[in-house]
Design a binder for this molecule. Structure first.
Ligand code: ADP
Ligand code: MG
Length: 720
């Protein structure tokens, strides 16, 4: 980008996993140049821990420190303690058991009692290196076995009393691997390397990267790196950690802000300057309900965004049933007011048909031409639609990925709305871009709530709207957890609902459609349900992944039209399907589903005015964690609350759609525990970037220099 400071888009949004500090010359030295690291060890460090340079080693942070003054007496160990450090004399070492169950056991004895130590692996190492009768310092997670305290695979080292004048009592222990341990690089020995490293580098190698105003009450960068490895005290360690966590989050947020600013500046977009008759007539005459506060807010965000001249790239997160379709329609009307066509894409045929039906119904008295285009659109109709889109006689087209095929050409596409985005790949979306000389505005709608903190880190560079409010008058779904042993009662309950004229879903887990066992389970379930609901009085449609698409669609359609009372199937039961008359959702083996999946499934009911129910069936033997999940489901209907809990239980790496985002590769920060730091970092970063989007003020020189020093080529998965 010439003289302009901002690095190119890909430069800013990439971040080397293996080298945060590439520019500072000494820190980019290959690890083999460090004293004590020959080529062999260097190879191991690269392979095992991804440590290639001095800088990598510097950022390989200790996961704990040994504090020799903090020793627990064996008699004081309780089951409530997680990790303990104990000092004692090692007793005789016994080899017990044979072959696979072979283990090595010893006792550590202090003046108050005995603690068992056990090894299942690395037995020869233990035999060679540990000497009975000597004093050892032992650290590990205690478990209680037959009422006795035990540590399996303890960290163990000969006990040496702290010597007088020793600078710090806190000795770092680093993450290591079995292979490295075998080569003399255990968690503590890596610390020796770090020590050598600190003899070779100086403050010059780690210049400050935060602006001065953020350094008040915060440790400097160099000092923080020293203290996090070799703290003078627990206090100093905490300050160092606080500083480095903040730095990590803050830099990430600045980077996201810069990407967004860069996109806004450099992507040309259609100008939707006005709100005209299409929107106003619809809003004043045909809108069937009052918009919720959240809907009003979001449509305003979209209006502002599309009137600025850059391409909107917006993610709309709204809980199931929050009314996202109406947002799509209103945005499309604004596009029409400005002379542009719009498309609305759904991941499945059935959803596309539903959207088409509700749009034509809502717009029946408006001079708006809506068309449907899917894989099964008949040839003549298809020809008519293609022609209409080219000639701009069709304003809105609703469809499946049939829309992105190259033969589909628009006269003037201005807005593309993508519903339930997770089913559309990035490559598919990119093809939309080519449908007009200036790419259309893109609105991606998803019903998978993502916790705010996660969204902030994973999607912080996108425009982002949240609908966290349901239309008024909805009856919250009643959710209960029942054991499979009470299935009979559940069936009776479903029967009373069906007798009232309602419909019901039965969902079975089928993680892999090819799994023979679970397929048999499904068939068995089908027989079971059928025996409670015999034909011809009751009709059941079944959908699963082994069916051809046509067959699936037909079965689904029969349920949608009310021809069948029960829809039984695997999770292919479509996301987003709207059958307001369905009031019961029975989820079999609910313990096998994750929280967000359960929430999605439950969202299929509760769409009408009747009270709806969700029944989670599980085995009595379900794990404690699974039962905890089911309890959460029973306690709340709020997708955002559920997402937060999910994040707490599973950790950030696992949440839908964010796995590959790369935004979560923090070395020290943890978006759950460091929530407050994250909010603060975001606030500060946004303020800084708004004031000085080119980071050219002298006060921002440090951060600018730091960002410039980072050049690497690893992609940052973008969602849109
Ligand atoms: P989702 O966000 O899950 O896609 P939908 O757009 O399918 O939700 O809306 C769910 C239902 O709520 C639809 O029947 C829709 O007509 C209705 N709806 C949407 N917005 C409102 C509103 N503001 N007031 C009342 N009902 C609404
Ligand atoms: Mg929807």
């Amino acid at each position: 980008m010439g003289t302009h400071f901002l690095p190119s888009f890909w430069d800013i949004c990439t971040e080397s996993k293996k080298n945060h500090l590439s520019q500072a010359s000494l820190l980019s030295s290959p690890i083999e140049y460090l004293k004590g690291v020959g080529p062999l060890r260097a190879d191991m460090l690269k392979k095992e821990l991804n440590l290639y340079t001095f800088g990598d080693l510097l950022q390989h942070f200790p996961h704990r420190h040994i504090d020799k003054t903090q020793v627990t007496l064996i008699a004081n160990i309780t089951p409530q303690q997680d990790f303990v450090q104990v000092k004692g004399i090692l007793q005789g070492i016994d080899l017990i058991g044979e072959k696979r169950s072979k283990r090595m056991v010893s006792q550590l004895k202090d003046e108050t009692g005995q603690l068992e130590l056990a090894w299942f692996q690395g037995i020869s190492w233990v035999q060679k290196n540990l000497v009975a009768g000597q004093a050892y310092l032992v650290f590990g997670r205690v478990s209680f076995f037959n009422g006795r305290a035990q540590i399996v695979h303890p960290e163990i080292e000969p006990y040496v009393a702290a010597t007088q004048g020793q600078k710090s009592l806190l000795e770092p222990v680093y993450p290591s691997t079995e292979k490295l341990k075998a080569r003399g690089l255990n968690g503590k020995q890596i610390g020796k390397l770090t020590q050598v490293l600190f003899q070779q580098i100086s403050e010059r190698d780690l210049p400050e990267n935060l602006p001065a105003h953020l350094l008040q009450n915060r440790m400097g960068r160099w000092e923080a790196h020293r203290q996090i490895h070799f703290p003078n005290s627990n206090e100093q360690y905490k300050k160092a950690l606080e500083r480095l966590v903040f730095e990590e989050l803050f830099i990430a947020q600045v980077r996201l802000n810069l990407i967004k600013i860069d996109r806004h500046k450099n992507s040309r977009g259609h100008l939707f300057v006005k709100v005209g008759d299409y929107f106003n007539d619809f809003y004043n005459k045909y809108l069937p309900f009052q918009l919720t506060g959240a809907q009003k807010r979001v449509i305003k965000e979209i209006r502002i965004d599309t009137a600025k001249g850059y391409q909107m790239n917006r993610l709309l997160q709204g809980d199931v049933g929050s009314g996202k379709t109406m947002i799509a329609l209103l945005a499309m009307l604004i596009a029409a007011d400005n002379g542009f066509q719009s498309c609305l894409m759904a991941p499945t045929e059935i959803l596309a048909q539903q959207h088409y039906a509700s749009l034509t119904e809502l717009l029946k008295d408006m001079p708006v031409e809506v068309a449907l285009l899917t894989g099964s659109t008949k040839i003549a109709e298809r020809r008519r639609v293609l022609k209409g889109l080219m000639e701009d006689t069709i304003h809105f087209v609703v469809g499946t990925h049939a829309i992105i095929e190259d033969v589909v050409q628009f006269k003037n596409l201005g807005l593309a709305v993508i519903d339930e985005q997770h089913r559309f790949g990035v490559a598919q979306r990119a093809r939309l871009w080519k449908k007009n000389t200036i790419p259309p505005h893109v609105l991606v709608m998803t019903a998978t709530p993502i916790p705010r903190t996660l969204a902030m880190t994973a999607f912080g560079d996108l425009d982002y709207s949240v609908m966290d409010e349901l239309p008024p008058g909805r009856q919250p779904i009643k959710t209960v957890h029942r054991y499979e042993t009470t299935r009979g009662t559940v069936m009776e309950f479903v029967k009373t609902e069906i007798t009232k004229g309602r419909q019901a879903y039965y969902v079975y887990p089928l993680i892999e459609e090819s799994e023979k066992m679970s397929f048999e389970d499904l068939m068995q379930g089908y027989e079971q349900v059928k025996s409670y609901f015999p034909e011809p009085k009751y009709k059941i449609s079944m959908v699963h992944g082994r069916q051809k698409n046509v067959e699936k669609e037909t079965n689904m359609q029969r349920f949608v039209t009310g021809d069948t009372q029960i829809l039984l199937g695997t999770t292919v039961i479509e996301v987003g399907v709207n059958v307001p008359n369905a009031s019961v959702m029975v989820i079999e083996s609910a313990e096998k589903f994750g929280l967000s999946q359960l929430h999605q499934l439950r969202g299929r009911v509760g769409r009408g005015s009747e009270q709806s129910y969700c029944i989670l069936l599980s085995s009595v033997k379900a794990s404690r964690e699974a039962k905890e999940r089911l309890k959460i489901m029973c306690n709340t209907n709020d997708g955002f609350v559920i997402a937060e809990k999910d994040l707490e239980i599973r950790g950030p790496g696992d949440i839908d759609g964010t796995r590959q985002s790369g935004a979560l590769n923090f070395k020290l920060a943890n978006i759950i525990n460091d929530r407050e730091a994250l909010l603060l970092a975001k606030e500060q970063a946004t303020e800084l970037c708004e004031k000085d989007p080119t980071l050219s003020s002298p006060e921002n020189a440090p951060i600018r220099a730091y960002l410039q020093s980072q050049k690497s080529k690893i992609g940052w998965g973008k969602i849109a």
